[in-house]
Design a protein around this ligand. Sequence first.
Ligand code: PMV
Length: 321
Amino acid sequence: MDHENRLISVSTRANVNIALLKYWGKRDEELKIPYQTSIALTLDNLYTDTTIMLDSSLSTDELFLNGSRAEHSDEVTFQKYMYLVRKLYPIKGFVRVESSNHVPTAAGLASSASAYASIALALNEVFNLKLDQKGLSVLARLGSGSAARSIYGGFSMWHHGDHHAESFATSIESDWDDLVFVVVLLSDKKKQVSSREAMKKSVELASYNHFVSTSRAMVEPMLEAIKTKNIHALGALMEKSSDLLHQTIRETGIDFYLPQTYKLLEELKTIKCDFPLFYTIDAGPNVKLLTTRDNVERVVGRLSAYKTLVCGIGKEAYVRS
Ligand code: PMV
């Protein structure tokens, strides 16, 4: 298609996803191909809006975040992504990307997942790539591994795959709609260590194999828990995956927990006794609590000392205009 005929500007939205079964560690750093399959739930209320403009006056790719030019390191990461995308897909010309995160950026709330899912979807439209959801998932993965899952609403599974085109997420069909995550915001500061850096150190550990084999063994039981809508089984597996992730990370000398994270986990032991409430923590200090809609008020009430954000199940990434 001629440059003149291409769409000039496209706006998209993608939601954050929270891994129930964590991904951690890449077998291919550049292509972001993981060692193991992961499972996630996409949330509403936390999302990224992106507008991509194809502008022939640009001499490089530009990234604007929340209204101003992105920090140099974030822009360079994006430019490397575009360089890779140009190598793998038939696209020409530079783009200007404006992303607004309705998520505390880089605080372990996976803003890079919603950001790169919204970017992939917008690139598909701007350059008329005609990718289906699997293809979009692959394109999003090149920006941030976990973004592969934010293309979908509800539950999704990112199949690790062994090659570029085989490493994508698919939707896990389910009508389980009363699950809720209560996100406890303990810090919205940008984390000191990137997940990329921490992953690199983790894969070098002798114990990393244990992380991979244990995670792999949890895939089928977790799919079964989702299928049978068993929140106790799902929650127990989710906590196990989260604990395993952070045990592995701590062995590298990095700890994403803050003292407030440890304190909250202690407090949860008393809150948890009379209804389903399960925690999970990503590469940051904030805690996400899984419960059902009819327990949300109790959870939020008992955590009144904290800043909380209630998220239901989010829908798939979509084109806004
Ligand atoms: O794709 P990244 O670099 O945002 O890594 C995400 C890793 C975790 O959030 C900790 C786990 C996951 O599966 O999302």
